[in-house]
Design a protein around this ligand. Sequence first.
Ligand code: SF4
Length: 316
Amino acid sequence: MKHKSMYISTSHLDNSKNLFYKKKPNWIRVKAPTSPGYIKTKSIMKNFNLATVCEEAACPNIGECWNQSHATFMILGRICTRKCTFCNIKTGIPEKLDHNEPKRVADAVVKLGLKHVVITSVDRDDLEDGGSQQFSLCIKEIRKLSPLTTIEILTPDFQRKQKAITIISDSLPDVFNHNLETVPRLYKEIRRGADYDYSLKLLESIKIKNPNVFTKSGLMVGLGEKFKEVCEVMNDMRRHNIDFLTIGQYLQPTIGHQPIARYVSLEEFEEYKNYALKIGFLMVSSSPLTRSSYHADEDFKILKENHKKYLRSVSL
Ligand code: SF4
């Protein structure tokens, strides 16, 4: 099977100006992963024949996360049916559904000793349920083998297939995460095939069906968005009852991907965080290296604490 990587023609651009070739700011540079914990996590994932978004998306945090066994599972194969211009995941003809995958995911959760697990997937627009059933089966298997592990799923939009909303909300994850990725003005360029309003609606629908499920969404900055536009997206998220926001710096995986527009300063990340807290998010992670699953374990504990505090404050 031939797999093609996402590639955008950049021949019209003056590449000497492309930030991809310039030295990254200090706050974005990380060390190459070498720790024993990293090697152990890598070998467990390989033995169970499981993919991770950490590797497939070339995440800069892999050394730190894997040293603590925090790998983010990527189910439904390594080939995505969409072509988002920011993403490093391969696109093309997807693999056959692996019916044994949910059990292997649960076995790996046990082996890694995870208290909190994050599961994501490629887009599977070819499947009748968008891949939602495989998420549900993974949750069931993990609940069986590791009942104390809390479960966060980071899903695609299931190509707006309505049955996916029922399947996902019936499967009761602890956190439902779906990334808006960027501001609506840039969707056509960056997130083709997705619909900003539908993504918001999906998050809201899961919350309406199960108010106890925390909802979470993330944005990348440095793609050409304006400060005000990011604040407007945050307002939209709050209007749709999203609890937890992540904001991180976009990093251009290869010269063929969406060019990076700028490195956002640490001060600006702080401003985003302050604004988000002011408008009522229960939890915000905003920093250059923030990714959807970065520190997801610790952040989930804080999220629950903040939720309790909020409930106490409204009952007074
Ligand atoms: S931030 Fe998420 S995707 Fe990146 S290495 Fe950590 S767990 Fe993996």
